[in-house]
Design a protein around this ligand. Structure first.
Ligand code: ZN
Length: 145
């Protein structure tokens, strides 16, 4: 196992065991559900977005595998305080990194921070749906703006 894979495993296990922002949010402004029948992942995403388009708070709830749960945990941490526009941009870069035939490595290094640990998931097409599940829920929720 190389260093990146080790880091990936560690972060994944940590967030799976102690997911951040986990639980139901009271009075969210936006919500969306995501399901991945292939793996059995089911989650609900809650957002609190200000009138000015800042994502003030995010939470998620549900059950799923280690990848879907840690992806949701890291995403909700990462996007807190960001604008809706920044969140959409992050979606595009993340989605491209995990599912694209090729991707912009520079954008990944510059913009994704610790979300970059999911880079290796692209080698396992059966797991990409787990990693992107919460992101698709995010996109769905932001459509309602
Ligand atoms: Zn899964």
């Amino acid at each position: 196992m190389n260093k990146n894979q080790q880091l990936y495993q560690q972060v994944l296990l940590d967030h799976n065991k102690n997911p951040r922002n986990f639980g139901v949010m009271e009075h969210p402004t936006h919500t969306a559900k995501g399901t991945n029948p292939l793996c059995g992942d089911k989650l609900e995403l809650y957002l609190k977005i200000s009138d000015g388009g800042i994502i003030e708070d995010l939470k998620f709830d549900g059950s799923g595998c280690a990848i879907s749960k840690s992806s949701a945990s890291i995403m909700t941490t990462f996007l807190k305080g960001k604008t809706v526009e920044e969140a959409m941009e992050t979606f595009d870069i993340f989605h491209q990194m995990v599912t694209g035939e090729s991707y912009d490595k520079e954008a990944v290094s510059e913009k994704l921070g610790k979300l970059k640990i999911f880079e290796g998931v692209r080698q396992f097409p059966s797991r990409t749906k787990c990693a992107t599940l919460v992101w698709h829920a995010l996109k769905e929720a932001l459509k309602k703006i």
